[in-house]
Design a protein around this ligand. Sequence first.
Ligand code: SF4
Length: 310
Amino acid sequence: MYKYIFGPVSSRRFGLSLGIDLSPEQKSCNFDCLYCELKPAKVTDSIANPPKAEDVLEEVEKALKEYPDVDVITITANGEPTLYPFLDTLTEGLNRLKGDKKLLILSNASTIVDPRIQEILRKIDIVKLSLDCATPACFKKIDRPLKSVHIEDVIQGLIAFRQKFTHALILEILVVQGINDKKEEMEALKNVLDQVKPDRVDLGTIDRPPAYDVKGVSTEKLKALSHYLGNHNISIMHKEKPQKRVDFSKEEILATILRRPQSASDVAYLFSDKARENLEALLHEGKVVEENIAGVLFYTLPENQHKRKK
Ligand code: SF4
C-alpha cells in the first residue's frame, strides 16, 4: 500500500501514468478554481506536513518495479505541486530513478514567475501549466487565486520560462460556460500563446463533477473557440461523438492544417473514411507530416515542424 503514489492510470494525452501526490492528507492549493474536482478548501500558499522527499522517492522506486510499463511519472499534489518545499530534491531524485520514463508535472502556473521554480521545472521533461484566462477579471473569476497571485506575473513568468526551457511545454485552457467561452478571452489568450509559443495547448472543459455549480461547453463550442487561438498545436478534448463526419478533399485538409495542426483525435472525430484516405495520401506525398508532441500525435505541415525544431 502506497501513501504518495497512485495509479497507474491511463491518460489519453500522456499514456500510462504513475502519479505522485505531494499533499495526500489535505487539499493544498493557492487557487480555488470553480471547476476543481477536489472538495473546496481554504486557499493556502503552503503544503501542511509535506512528506520527506526521501520517503516519496522510496515509494517511487518500489512502484516502478511493480509497474515497469508506465510511460510517465506525474508530479501532482492534492492541489498545487510547486508549493512543495522539497521539489528540487525530489525532481533530482526522480530523474535518477526514472530510466526511460518521462517526468511530468501538472501545475496551475501560479509560481512560474519565481526564478527558483523556473530552475526546478527546467529539469522536468514535460511541464503542463494552466492558463484559463489572460485578463485579470476572468482569471479571478475562474481560478479564484490567493490575493498575491496576479495574472500579469503569471504571463511574464511563462514568457521568461519558455526562453530557458527546451523540453515540452504544454499550456492547458479549461473552458467554463459563461466565463471564458468568449471571443475576447480567447483573443487575449492567443496574444499570450503567440509570445510563449508552447509546444502544445490542451483545450478542454469540465468533464467530471466540479466543486461549484458551473458547466462546461460542448465539443463544437471548443472547436469554434479554438479558431481564435491561432495556429498552435491545439489538442481539443472531444467529449461527444460528432454529428457528422466530413469528406475533406486534399486541398481542404491542407487549408485546415495551415490554419491549425490537426490532432489524431480531431481526425478521429471529424474525418470520414474518404477524408482519412486523402490524409494518408498527403502523408505519403510528404505534404503533411506526423509529429508526436508529448504523447499527442499531430498532423502538421513540414515547414511548421521544421520551424519548431529551430
Ligand atoms: S489549481 Fe487545480 S487543485 Fe487548485 S483549485 Fe484549481 S483545479 Fe483545484
